[in-house]
Design a protein around this ligand. Structure first.
Ligand code: NAI
Length: 297
C-alpha cells in the first residue's frame, strides 16, 4: 500500500467551475498549497474568494477555528498560466467533459510538470484509457472522480485506465482517504460505477415525464421521500448541470455502441439547446430565478 501524498505536496486544480472549486476546497482544507487555474477570466479568483467565504462560514459555525480557516484560505492561489503549475505533485483536472479538450490539456501539461507528477482526472464518464493515450506517460494518469458537491460527498472513485500504474492508483486511494473521503478502486468502464448505475435513474424518470405519467416534482418527491434517495432525479440533474449530464449520457451511450438502454433523452438536448443548464444558469427542470414560483421539490 502506498502512503498518501505529503501535506507539503503542491496540488494543482485545473478548471474552477462547480467541481474544481469544490475539489480545491477539499485539498486546501487537507493542508496542501493549492493552485487553481481556469481559462475563463476571473474564474479562479472568484472560486478562491468563494472558498475562503466557505471557510469563514465554517469558522463562524464553530466547525473550524478562525486560525485554521484563515490558514486554509491562505493556501489557495489563483494562477493564470500552465507554467505556474511546474512544482505540482498532483494535478487534478476538472475542465469541460470533452475528450479532445482533456487530451490537449494533458499533452501541454506534460511539458510543464516534473516526471513524478501524478494526474487525476475528474471526468465523469470519459475513458481514462483514451485520455491517457495522448500522454507520453499514460501510467501517471488515473481517474480521481469526486461527486457534487465535492466538500460534502464522501465518495471518490479512483479509476484505472489500461495503462495506469497500480502504484499511482494506490497513491490516489491513500491520498483521498487521508482527505477524509471514502475511496474505491474502479476500472475505466463507461460511466465507471456511480454514473453507470445512475443512467437508468435519470432516463426512466424522463420517460415517465415524457409519457405524462407524473410531473418532475412528483417524481422527485416519490424518489426522495418514499424511495430514500437523497435527491430526486430532476433536482439532481439540475444540480449536476444539463451540459455535464448530457455529455455523460452521450459518452456512456456511445461507449456501448449506441445501446438503447443508454439512449439520451430529447428533453436533455432541449434543455442544453435552450441554455437551461439547471441551478447554475437559474433554469432547468425547475426555475431558480429570483421571484420564480418553483414547484416544491
Ligand atoms: P463547469 O462547467 O462548472 O466548470 C468547468 C470549468 O473548466 C469552467 O470554469 C471552464 O472555464 C474551465 N475550463 C474549460 N476548459 C478549460 C481548459 N482547457 N483549461 C482550464 N480551464 C478550463 O463544470 P463542472 O461541473 O465543474 O465539471 C467539470 C468536470 O467534472 C467535468 O469533466 C465533469 O464531467 C466532471 N464532474 C462533474 C460533476 C457535476 O456534478 N457537475 C460531478 C463529477 C464530475
Amino acid at each position: 500500500m502506498n502512503p498518501p501524498l505529503s501535506k507539503q505536496a503542491v496540488v494543482a486544480v485545473i478548471g474552477a467551475g462547480a467541481m474544481g472549486a469544490g475539489i480545491a476546497q477539499v485539498t486546501a482544507a487537507a493542508g496542501h498549497t493549492v493552485k487553481l487555474l481556469d481559462t475563463r477570466a476571473q474564474a479562479a479568483e472568484d472560486a478562491v474568494a468563494g472558498i475562503r467565504a466557505q471557510f469563514a462560514k465554517m469558522a463562524a459555525k464553530g466547525k473550524l477555528t478562525a486560525q485554521a480557516a484563515a490558514a486554509a484560505g491562505a493556501r489557495l492561489m489563483p494562477v493564470d498560466q500552465l507554467a505556474d503549475l511546474a512544482d505540482a505533485s498532483l494535478v487534478i483536472e476538472a475542465i469541460v467533459e470533452n475528450l479532445a479538450a482533456k487530451q490537449k490539456l494533458y499533452g501541454d501539461l506534460e511539458a510543464v510538470v516534473g516526471a513524478d507528477c501524478i494526474f487525476g482526472t475528474n471526468t465523469s464518464s470519459i475513458s481514462v484509457t483514451a485520455i491517457g493515450a495522448a500522454l507520453q506517460h499514460p501510467e501517471r494518469l488515473a481517474g480521481l472522480h469526486f461527486f457534487n458537491p465535492a466538500p460534502l460527498m464522501a465518495l471518490v472513485e479512483i479509476v484505472s485506465g489500461l495503462a495506469t500504474d497500480i502504484s499511482v492508483a494506490q497513491t490516489l486511494f491513500a491520498t483521498a482517504t487521508a482527505w477524509g473521503k471514502t475511496a474505491v478502486h474502479a476500472k475505466s468502464t463507461p460511466g465507471f460505477i456511480v454514473n453507470r448505475v445512475a443512467r437508468p435513474y435519470y432516463a426512466e424518470a424522463m420517460r415517465v415525464l415524457n409519457e405524462g405519467g407524473a410531473d418532475a416534482a412528483t417524481i422527485d418527491a416519490c424518489c426522495r421521500e418514499a424511495g430514500g434517495f437523497r435527491m430526486g432525479p430532476f433536482e439532481l440533474m439540475d444540480m449536476i448541470g444539463h451540459d455535464v449530464n448530457f455529455a455523460v449520457t452521450n459518452s456512456v451511450w456511445r461507449a456501448f455502441y449506441n445501446d438503447q438502454r443508454f439512449l439520451p433523452s430529447l428533453i436533455q438536448q432541449e434543455l442544453v439547446d435552450a441554455g437551461f443548464l439547471g441551478k447554475k444558469t437559474g433554469r432547468g427542470f425547475y426555475d431558480y430565478r429570483e421571484g420564480a414560483v418553483r414547484p416544491a421539490p
